[in-house]
Design a protein around this ligand. Structure first.
Ligand SMILES: Cc1cc2nc3c(=O)[nH]c(=O)nc-3n(C[C@H](O)[C@H](O)[C@H](O)COP(=O)(O)OP(=O)(O)OC[C@H]3O[C@@H](n4cnc5c(N)ncnc54)[C@H](O)[C@@H]3O)c2cc1C
Length: 444
């Protein structure tokens, strides 16, 4: 401990925050990792599809090992800023020389359409949190009807299709895609979960319908068709008779429905594709149609929590465009665009720095590189003289001011209780869906 020179606070224990904390702790920093959720892991725990148990367990093991580091402390069930009981200013005043914000992209993106608040209209994130049992979403009820329309073309849309087809076993799922079938963003691996539920006749007809438009922007119909066929050879055996359809070149304009019973249809405007400065873009044709829907789910990306007191740039927190401590040319420094100055000592990583961007491996790399940037910055500031005393003052402050803080030993207790439950119930995975239950087990 004698060689420790600086106290660093990492806010958010998703993959970016955890791997950054490890890097910092292994390089001479006393790290306080502060997390809103009781459990660490962020979207690795509460975003990745619940059936990817092997992946989740592997990540949990890595996270548990990180939390064993002696100069790294965990403070779970503590929200920083944005209505939480602790501000960035508290951390600075208590002697943290740098703060790394890795709070992910907690907000949801909406199109601002009429009917978006009707019952049965959801953002993908709500359902992802629901089936992954993030408190309080795990115990909520959602209005899911037989005909589900999903808006989006990425892996999150595919995760929701997976849930509707393999878990909810609804009658029909229609993916509404703003662009053409050549612009889908989901991977073959995600398609394989539901590929045998695709209505191949309707898919073929839909691709043929839009063929003249996609050919006109230089896309090859055969390779577009092949990208869907590629999902078939290794596809999972279907467990429902759900029909999966695609509706391309359609932008949502309104959700139709009534305020007691919810959505009945999604109104879309039909698009064509045009080339603008070498890029293919959708352009409205002005014609509209209705797609029947009992449930509409928007899977169009996330945005950061705007209540967290940091300047926002589009969907992420603002980043210094001319970094003083770049790593591989990338800036990790928080920035005030009005004053045109970096926010001293505050750094960003993961989805907080670039919302909805990349997988766990990318968040890990981003966290570690942000830690490298912080270590460069720390070389420019004086070391904390009596680091244990200063850190002790912070721990005393936490004990006096914050309630039901979850620490490392509590996580071990919770982990054991969940393991016992899993074994007694004979399940592959088990976790508690309510904070109260978890806190009771921990004894808080
Ligand atoms: C639906 C979905 C499915 C995915 N599937 C996969 C997959 O199969 N494979 C894969 O590799 N990647 C997948 N990803 C991507 C992966 O989850 C992300 O790349 C990664 O989790 C981002 O890490 P992060 O640390 O930046 O943010 P997050 O994982 O979001 O972590 C943020 C953390 O910050 C905490 N926090 C938030 N606000 C505060 C606050 N104010 N104070 C304190 N703490 C706070 C949260 O509690 C959370 O623990 C998926 C993502 C989604 C949305």
């Amino acid at each position: 401990m004698d060689s420790l020179k600086h106290m660093v606070a990492v806010v958010g224990a998703g993959p970016a925050g955890l791997f950054a904390s490890r890097f910092l702790a292994n390089n001479g920093a006393r790290v306080a990792l502060i997390n809103r959720d009781i459990k660490p892991g962020g979207l690795a725990e509460y975003g990745i599809y619940k059936s990817k148990i092997k992946m989740k367990k592997g990540l949990r093991k890595q996270f548990a090992r990180i939390l064993e580091l002696p100069n790294l402390d965990y403070f779970g069930n503590v929200k920083v800023s944005g209505g939480g009981p602790i501000f960035l200013s508290d951390l600075v005043d208590m002697g943290f020389k740098s703060i790394l914000v890795t709070t992910g992209a907690q907000g949801t993106k909406w199109l601002g359409l009429p009917g978006e608040h009707l019952p049965g209209v959801y953002h993908a994130k709500e359902l992802v949190f629901h089936y992954n049992l993030l408190p309080p979403y795990g115990n909520r009820r959602y209005l899911l009807g037989p005909e589900v329309v999903l808006v989006g073309a990425g892996n999150v849309m595919m995760d929701i299709a997976h849930y509707m087809i393999r878990d909810q076993k609804v009658k029909k799922v229609t993916a509404v895609v703003r662009r053409g079938p050549g612009d889908i963003k989901f991977t073959r691996q995600e398609l394989e979960h539901v590929a045998l539920n695709m209505d191949l006749q309707s898919l073929d007809a839909e691709i043929n319908r839009v063929a003249p438009i996609i050919k006109a922007v230089g896309q090859d119909i055969d390779s577009v068709k092949q990208s869907f066929q590629d999902g078939l050879p290794k596809a999972l055996e279907p467990v429902s008779s759900t029909n999966l359809h695609f509706n391309f070149l359609a932008s949502p304009t309104r959700i139709v429905g009534d305020w007691t019973h919810g959505a009945t249809a999604l109104e879309v405007e039909e698009n064509t594709l045009v080339q603008v400065e070498g890029k293919t873009k959708p352009k409205s044709l002005g014609t509209k149609k209705l797609i029947p829907a009992d449930t509409v789910v928007f899977a169009i990306g996330d945005t950061i929590d705007k209540e967290f007191a940091l300047p926002v740039d589009w969907d992420s927190y603002a980043v210094n465009p001319e970094p003083t401590f770049p790593v591989d040319g990338v800036s990790y420094e928080a920035y005030d665009p009005d004053a045109k100055t970096p926010i001293k000592s505050v750094f960003l990583a993961g989805w907080a720095r670039l919302a909805s961007h990349g997988l766990v491996g990318d968040a890990r790399r981003d966290g570690e590189n942000a830690a490298r940037a912080i270590l460069q910055y720390l070389e420019t500031v004086s070391a904390t003289e009596n680091i244990e005393a200063t850190y002790g003052n912070f721990q005393n402050w936490v004990a006096e001011h914050l309630e039901q803080v979850v620490v490392k030993e509590d996580l071990l207790k919770l982990g054991n209780a969940e393991l016992n439950k899993l074994q007694s119930l004979g399940l592959d995975d088990f976790k508690y869906a309510a904070n109260d239950e978890m806190l009771e087990i921990i004894g808080k």
